[in-house]
Design a protein around this ligand. Structure first.
Ligand SMILES: *Cc1c(COP(=O)(O)O)cnc(C)c1O
Length: 385
């Protein structure tokens, strides 16, 4: 028996065994500098390009459109800052939503603070799905960038990126999407999405931490953000993280090969868990659209019960789950995503996120549901509601 039940796969995933083996081999053998001119460094260059190809295939991109980064956060920072610089002559207005990941929100705030951007932060409807009309209404003559996530990391809602791209194109605006929660979990096709820029992170799809990439549509010549050597076509200088790239490449290939099967499995577990929670716990609310939703996301509010109370109780049973996303000093903040969806501060303290994997089982879910039910009952019996 495992000593814990992990239902926090949206926070991070364990690297697959194939990934770890590939990384170890790369670290041992591929230590030469891929920029070196001698023939012995050739396999290292080849390893980087192989990983780039595997990564590109996962999102139906060309390998020349993939730029490796240190993770999703860096890809988001790069995308926003570079797109703004690129659009500089037209203006400095960015449209985004209040439900974005902090990697996007804090970057936008920084760009505003330094006088480089004006940002419109859109509220989202109560189902957690942005409407394209909202975007269209926010467009101004000086808008240079629209940044909307493909899938939300807290409530798992999937955003209509294709429709938003069409608005962007019609107005000569760049479109960036933070696809960190989507890549490797649902089909992502950059051609279909018509995205100009797309961010992803290796450790969210069973790859290594500290790896990620930014997709940049062919022909879009963005300024570099990490200055130095000519790695990554001069866009991101610094000697390459070969084991990391290798590991992410393997993870990308594995994800592409089992996407349909894993999605089916996760959807089944998600619906089983959601149904069972609602059947066994009164006043249990599902947050976010059930239709436009990541297959592994279960986000629930137990009316009157702070998420923190439930999480501590679950932790006592060795169950790993989260309240929304960000934590300060180990304590959950009210979810900015639920606030963006129009919920009160109190309600935003009540959301618990279980993010499932195809690796979870119905037995695990049964245990988690009964522990959650017990915690909710205990809290409510305490007269606090
Ligand atoms: C995890 C996450 C990020 C940050 O990715 P890192 O690789 O951890 O830097 C960005 N956006 C979303 C939606 C995420 O879930």
């Amino acid at each position: 028996m495992q000593e814990y039940i992990y239902m926090d796969y949206a926070a991070t995933t364990p690297a697959a065994p194939e990934v770890l083996r590939g990384m170890t081999a790369a670290a041992e053998v591929m230590w030469m500098n891929p920029s070196a001119v001698y023939r012995h460094a050739e396999p290292v260059r080849a390893a980087v390009e192989k990983a780039r190809g595997q990564t590109a295939d996962l999102i139906h991109a060309a390998s020349t459109e993939i730029f490796f980064t240190s993770g999703g956060t860096e890809a988001d920072n790069q995308a926003l800052t570079a797109a703004l610089e690129y659009g500089g002559r037209k203006g400095k207005h960015i449209i985004t939503t209040k439900m974005e990941h902090p990697a996007v929100l804090r970057t936008c705030e920084y760009l505003e603070r330094t006088g480089r951007a004006e940002v419109t932060y859109l509220d989202v409807p109560s189902d957690g799905v942005v409407r394209p009309e909202q975007i269209a209404q926010a467009v101004r003559p000086d808008t240079v960038l629209i940044s909307v996530m493909l899938a939300n990391n807290e409530v798992g809602t999937i955003q209509p990126i294709r429709e938003i791209s069409e608005i962007a194109r019609a107005n000569g605006i760049l479109l960036h999407t933070d696809a960190v929660q989507a890549v490797g979990h649902i089909p992502v096709d950059v051609k279909e999405l018509q995205a100009d820029l797309l961010s992803a992170s290796g450790h969210k799809f069973y790859g290594p931490k500290g790896t990620g990439f930014l997709y940049v549509r062919k022909g879009l010549r963005l300024p570099p953000l990490i200055h130095g050597g000519r790695q990554e076509k001069g866009r991101r200088a610094g000697t390459e993280n070969i084991p990391g790239m290798t590991g992410m490449g393997i993870a990308a290939e594995l994800a592409a090969g089992s996407l349909d099967q894993h999605m089916k499995q996760e959807r089944k577990l998600r619906d089983y868990m959601t149904g069972k929670m609602q059947a066994e716990i009164p006043h249990c609310i599902v947050n976010g659209s059930m239709e436009k939703r990541l297959p592994g996301n279960v986000n629930l509010s137990f009316e009157g019960v702070p998420a923190e109370y439930i999480l501590v109780a679950l932790d006592m049973h060795n169950i790993c789950a989260s309240a929304g996303s960000a934590c300060s000093a180990g304590l959950p903040d009210p979810s900015h995503v639920l606030r963006a969806m129009g919920r009160s501060n109190e309600e935003a303290y009540q959301a618990v996120r279980f993010s499932l994997s195809y690796r979870n089982t119905e037995e695990e879910i049964d245990t988690v549901v009964s522990c959650t039910a017990e915690a909710v009952r205990r809290y409510r019996a305490g007269g606090r509601k």
